[in-house]
Structure formats: structure tokens, C-alpha cells
Design a protein around this ligand. Structure first.
Ligand code: DAH
Length: 369
């Protein structure tokens, strides 16, 4: 049995020397003091006291020292590591307080601050106008009908007694879909719904149809290529022109107020016979410009009246095309511009205001939802 090798003197481990250990501690303390937030401190902890930190690596070397040296070096290392650990804990406490204060400051709600308001939005005045007009008829027992905006040429023209040579069919007025031969147009009027209503329903028929229509017009103060009409048709036994006049007068009163004057003026539409144009008293001069030449009215051209829409008794040819016996049934029809109605009712003088979509225009109508 051999005696312990007392002469064993391993080469000193450099990283365990007091100087080296102190350098590690100093570097750790500088890094800890420099950590600006908890995230940075986490990184510092990893680098200076983690498993792969210089102090931890040096600590592993203790095992290689002779037993006599172990105690002293062990104590030195213990103190060094404790010093780093304490500094980490102290800095962590400081940074936690700072962090809490920052959260309190950043997330403070200033209850006195004015809130940012979100506009509630509202429907376009033309939409509400169409609804108002339709509502007048619903109250009288009419149904609301709809038709396609891309319409068969037959419904838009032929069924309404507008023959192939009628000027309204030319390219000047009509948007054709695809090609002129496609047989499909963007409807130029809501009148095709007259025929659709007669074909789809059994008699008697009382229908109104508000909707969008298209014509190849340039946008200016009085024209727009896309506009709206409301169409009406009533077919029953014993319908006369007096019913037509009474119905339109009622609509005028509901739209423009009691006392509004209307007149029917003879006109021509291929699908009504007789046909008339319905005028309402000028909403600007109320007829005064006619008697008083010193104050001419630009709105009605000093006529005292402005054109509102077309109407008449449904042409028997239309009734026959729809399979309705004109000996037994008669009917009236009418169609008017919704934009015009809005202009008369609210004194809007430029159509472009209605199509541009500027919310300030809508706001003036009180943002009805
Ligand atoms: N559709 C015609 C137009 O756009 C207006 C019209 C006239 C409609 C007479 C009718 C009517 O229902 O009977 O000019």
C-alpha cells in the first residue's frame, strides 16, 4: 500500500487565482449596474452567474485542487459568487420598482381627456328619399317591387311599345352590356318593372318600384349618368285618370307639404295613352315670377312650374303584351326622378352634390340611420 502522495502539487488553476476571481466579480458588478431594464438584467445574469459564466466554469476547477487548497479556494469562490448573486438581486429589486412605476405612468388613463368621436354614419339622403316615397304608397296598399339593373332590352323597350327605331334605343342614351346585339342594357328607366309586375302577379296590381337607372349623360349640375326613379303601376277594373291625378297629388302633398300645386301637361310616352307630364309648382318662386317680370326665376325659367315626372294610362298594347284583357282592366302608371324630388324638397341645386359622396352633404340631412 502506498502512502498518500504528499508531494503532489498540481499546476495552480489560473482562473481560481484571487486576482482572476476578483476580475470576474468586477466585470459582473459593472454589467449588473449597467443593466437598464429587467430584460437586460436577465442577459447579464446568464453571462455572469449562469452555468457557463466564468465564475461557474472556474468553480468546476476546484475539484482538481489538492484537498488542502480546496477549502480556501472554495471559500473565495463562494464569497465571489454570493457577491454577484446579491448584486443581481439588489438590481432586480431596483429595476422592478422602476418598471412598476413606468407601467403606472404609461398606462394612466386621463379621464378628463376628450374622447375621440367616431361618426355614427347615416344613409344617403337619396336612399331615405326613395324609402319615404315608397312608404307613401305602401300606406295606400301598394307592394314594393324590384327589377334587375342589367335588364333585357325587351323589358326596357319592346314590352313598353318602344319600337326598334325609337330614338331612346340609340347608343346616345343607352349603355349596352357587352355588345349592341347582346340584348342586355343597363336599364334606362324603372318602367320595365311595369311589365315584370304584370307578368309576375295576378290582377289587380298595385306596385311601386324605386331603383337605379342609367343613361349616357355627362355629369353636370342637372345630369348624372346614374340616377334613381320611382315607378308606379296600378291595374284594376275601372281605373281612370282621376285616380292617377289623386294618387300623384297625394304623393306631392306628402313630399312637399299641404297646399303644393300640381298640374298634368299633355305629353307622349309610347307605353301610356293618353300620356302626361306632372309638374309641381316651382319650389323657389312658388309661381310669383310669372306675374312679376322684375324678379325672374332661374329655377323654373319664370314658368312657375317644374317638371317632376311622366305618367299616363297604361297603353292597351302593353296590357295585351302582358296578357291582360284591356276591355276589362285599365291602369295608370307614373315614373319620377328621385334626385329631382330631393332637389325640390330640399333646395339642392347641383346634382353633383348627390353623387360625390361627401359626408358633409349627408350630414346636412341629419344622418338618418
Ligand atoms: N320612364 C319614363 C322616363 O324615364 C317616365 C315615365 C313616363 C314613367 C310615363 C311612366 C309613365 O310610368 O307612365 O322618362
Amino acid at each position: 500500500m502506498s502512502a498518500p502522495n504528499r508531494s503532489y502539487d498540481p499546476v495552480g488553476v489560473a482562473s481560481l487565482e484571487p486576482q482572476a476571481v476578483q476580475e470576474c466579480v468586477d466585470a459582473a458588478l459593472v454589467a449588473i449596474a449597467g443593466a437598464i431594464d429587467l430584460e437586460a438584467l436577465k442577459q447579464v445574469r446568464l453571462e455572469h452567474s449562469g452555468d457557463k459564466s466564468p465564475l461557474a466554469l472556474a468553480n468546476r476547477e476546484i475539484g482538481a485542487l489538492p484537498p488542502a487548497a480546496k477549502a480556501e479556494v472554495g471559500k473565495r469562490m463562494g464569497l465571489a459568487r454570493a457577491q454577484v448573486k446579491d448584486a443581481l438581486l439588489a438590481r432586480e429589486a431596483e429595476l422592478t420598482v422602476e418598471n412598476d412605476l413606468r407601467i403606472l405612468r404609461d398606462e394612466t388613463v386621463d379621464v378628463t381627456m376628450t374622447a375621440e368621436r367616431m361618426g355614427v354614419g347615416g344613409r344617403h339622403p337619396l336612399t331615405t328619399m326613395m324609402e319615404r316615397m315608397s312608404e307613401v304608397f305602401v300606406q295606400m296598399g301598394y307592394e314594393i317591387a324590384e327589377g334587375p339593373e342589367a335588364e333585357a332590352e325587351w323589358f326596357n323597350f319592346d314590352a313598353l311599345n318602344i319600337g326598334p327605331d325609337h330614338p331612346a334605343r340609340t347608343m346616345q342614351d343607352t349603355f349596352f352590356v357587352d355588345s349592341v346585339d347582346s340584348g342586355v342594357v343597363l336599364r334606362t328607366q324603372t318602367s320595365p318593372i311595369q311589365m315584370r309586375a304584370l307578368l309576375e302577379r295576378s290582377l289587380p296590381v298595385y306596385v311601386v318600384a324605386p331603383g337605379r337607372v342609367y343613361r349616357t349623360d355627362e355629369l353636370d349640375a342637372t345630369h348624372t349618368p346614374v340616377f334613381h326613379q320611382i315607378e308606379g303601376i296600378a291595374v284594376d277594373e275601372g281605373i281612370t285618370m282621376a285616380h292617377l291625378k289623386g294618387t300623384l297629388d297625394h304623393l306631392a302633398t306628402m313630399m312637399f307639404g299641404t297646399g303644393i300645386k300640381t298640374r298634368l301637361r299633355p305629353s307622349y310616352f309610347p307605353f301610356t295613352e293618353p300620356s302626361a307630364e306632372i309638374d309641381v309648382e316651382c319650389f323657389v318662386c312658388r309661381g310669383s315670377s310669372v306675374e312679376d317680370p322684375s324678379s325672374p326665376c332661374r329655377t323654373c325659367g319664370s314658368e312657375g312650374w317644374i317638371e317632376w315626372g311622366g305618367c299616363g294610362m297604361v297603353n292597351p298594347r302593353v296590357l295585351i303584351a302582358a296578357g291582360v284583357d284591356p276591355e276589362r282592366y285599365s291602369g295608370f302608371a307614373f315614373g319620377m326622378g328621385v334626385e329631382r324630388t330631393l332637389m325640390f324638397r330640399h333646395g339642392v341645386t347641383d346634382m353633383r352634390d348627390m353623387v360625390e359622396g361627401d359626408v358633409r352633404f349627408t350630414q346636412a340631412f341629419g344622418l338618418e340611420v
